[in-house]
Design a binder for this molecule. Structure first.
Ligand code: NI
Length: 183
């Protein structure tokens, strides 16, 4: 295991389309994923995509813990809002319905900043795990957001280019002003 160097906005690896993985169960992918998880946890991120560690392959890791979902939800509703630590190889996303939700995002490749991004609220995603088995889930809220954010990295897209209002691209240290304003 190793903590990998994270590419920052401006590095070409973050702007290119990543390649599909031929064998999700290969030793090479297992090693990559193990290092990505260690790197994500060390950096206190909710997700990480392989291009962020300079590997242009279609691999993401993420988690959507309970604390990030809306506390007003019932247990049944909350199910789609949460995900354990998940590895997804060759992911695909399908948007469900036309509901859009705005939320604040950060990115380990855009350190120190936060941006308000509107994204589809409900998605379905599929891909493969490290045993080569198919994974398919429904996701809403923060869970849907983190998956869309990570999968954007595989197509060379960083969250600022998804923003409609760059007035809401702010330094983390100033985020409290916005939270107060919106409450
Ligand atoms: Ni990111």
């Amino acid at each position: 295991m190793a903590i990998l160097k994270i590419a920052r906005m401006g590095h070409p690896v973050l702007a290119q389309k990543a390649q599909a993985v031929a064998d999700p169960a290969s030793l090479e992918i297992r090693r990559l994923v193990s290092d990505m998880i260690e790197t994500m946890i060390d950096a206190n991120g909710a997700g990480l995509a392989a291009p962020q560690v300079h590997v242009p392959l279609r691999v993401v890791v993420f988690q959507a813990p309970q604390g990030r979902s809306d506390p007003g939800l019932s247990d049944d509703e909350r199910f789609d809002h949460m995900a354990p630590l998940t590895v997804l190889v060759n992911p695909q996303i399908e948007i469900v319905g036309d509901e859009i939700e705005g939320g604040w995002e950060g990115c380990l490749s855009v350190p120190g900043l936060r941006g308000f991004v509107e994204r589809p609220f409900h998605i379905r995603y599929r891909g493969f795990d490290l045993e080569g088995r198919a994974v398919a889930r429904s996701a809403k809220g923060f869970h849907a957001r983190v998956v869309q954010h990570e999968c954007d990295h595989l197509d060379g897209t960083l969250y600022p280019s998804r923003m409609r209002d760059l007035g809401k691209l702010i330094f983390e240290s100033e985020a409290r002003h916005f939270v107060q304003k919106e409450e």
